[in-house]
Design a protein around this ligand. Structure first.
Ligand code: ZN
Length: 403
């Protein structure tokens, strides 16, 4: 049986570094010049090894499972150790398969108690629609969640400019809502070779990328364990990627998978699965009616702007906001009404006709139709209603562009 053996957990001030050995058969999946390393920007020296190792474990477990290998660890948090098989089962169920196998050997499980008494909630904060809706759900429960922003996810760990913009965004959101920010820098997408994992372990069995199909739920969640220990987090919210209407769609982040994960006495809440994207926007607008907050939906090169306002992600969010009667300029979109009138020209040239995008645009058109008095009152918004009786806006525009 191939093996991954954890050899050393090094904690130096704010950084956790893991050293491990990997059997020859597994070496093609790992960048062994770049060992797993996380910076928490706060002192982590008090975090016990049985918790400090979880961010690493949560990112190698799927490799162990899909290669039917063995993971060897000296000490592991008891709650997390118990959750591992439930998560493995949730993956097998998600993909209706039995290919998630493997073995985890733990020398000693440890029952941990959080460092602080005062209990906390936390939520991942990236500024997108999914993440902001999770935040709204926490705030509605009168919780004051810690905002956890991770560098190394959508913004690569070498992209310092992208990070300073995300960091600035999260900090100002924290200030505005009087919430504490926590930042994490991780190489969790670089210590492995995602493309090799996708190609060799997924392609024949699961038609998805390593990131989307496997890593982005549990891999991210593992990073919360040391924070949960330091700040006594009882519940952590992870924003839903899919929603209950996406029947049959598969994804590595899903209620059954994410909520199987537990560490110390912290539970995971997969948040917002009951809402479509448009319903999320509607809830965000309703909640922040008085004190507007900026959204940050776009990862294109934005210069000084928060959102580029020149890509499909920006355009669909702008039209979602308009469809629910909101002004996109109040939510971080620096765009004029005249520019909004030109959106169809952009879609004609560049729109993506993926089923998810088509569904999103269809929902926008229907919502605009419901709010047609408001939409018709602005000559720059009227164009959207023209597409209501077409098959859908994207295929209509693509068809038109081919004429
Ligand atoms: Zn954009």
């Amino acid at each position: 049986m191939s093996k991954i053996v954890v050899k050393k957990i090094k904690k130096s001030k704010t950084i956790i570094e893991i050293k491990y050995t990997v059997s020859d058969e597994l070496k093609e999946f790992f960048n062994l010049d770049n060992y797993f390393k996380v910076d928490y920007y706060e002192d982590v020296t008090k975090v016990p090894d049985s918790i400090a190792v979880i961010p690493f474990i949560s990112n190698v477990l799927p490799i162990i499972w899909l290669t039917d290998s063995e993971l060897v660890i000296d000490e592991l948090d008891e709650a997390y150790a118990k959750s591992i098989n439930k998560t493995r089962k949730a993956f097998n169920d998600m993909y209706e398969t039995n290919i998630f196998k493997g073995k985890v050997t733990i020398n000693k499980t440890i029952t941990n108690k959080p460092l602080k008494r005062k209990e906390n909630t936390s939520v991942f904060c990236s500024g997108g629609v999914d993440s902001t809706l999770s935040l709204v759900k926490c705030l509605k429960k009168n919780q004051k969640p810690l905002l956890i922003t991770i560098w190394g996810t959508d913004v690569w760990d070498h992209n310092t400019e992208g990070w300073s913009s995300l960091n600035e965004y999260a900090t100002s959101l924290g200030k505005k809502l009087k919430l504490k920010n926590l930042f994490v820098k991780t190489n969790f997408r670089k210590f492995i070779y995602e493309h090799v994992l996708t190609e060799k372990l997924l392609k024949a069995k699961i038609n998805d990328s390593w990131w989307r199909g496997i890593q982005h739920g549990i891999g991210l969640l593992g990073h919360v364990a040391p924070i949960a220990y330091l700040h006594n987090i009882k519940e952590h919210y992870i924003p839903a990627t899919l929603n209950k209407k996406n029947l049959g769609a598969t994804c590595g982040s899903f209620p059954t998978i994410d909520e199987s994960v537990k560490f110390i006495d912290c539970k995971i809440k997969h948040s917002g699965y009951e809402y479509t994207r448009l319903e999320k926007v509607e809830n965000i607008v309703k909640y922040f009616k008085k004190e507007k907050v900026n959204l940050r939906v776009c990862f294109m090169d934005k210069g000084a702007k928060l959102n580029c306002c020149n890509c499909e992600k920006c355009y669909l969010t702008i039209m979602e906001l308009i469809s629910v009667g909101a002004n996109p300029r109040d939510y971080g979109f620096d765009i004029t009404d005249e520019e909004i009138a030109k959106i169809p020209a952009y879609l004609k040239a560049k729109a993506s006709d993926s089923p998810i995008n088509i569904e999103i645009w269809d929902a926008i058109i229907e919502k605009c139709y419901k709010n047609r008095d408001y939409i018709m009152s602005n000559p720059n918004y009227k164009w959207i209603l023209k597409y209501r009786n077409q098959r859908n806006i994207i295929s209509y525009l693509l068809w038109r562009s081919r004429l």
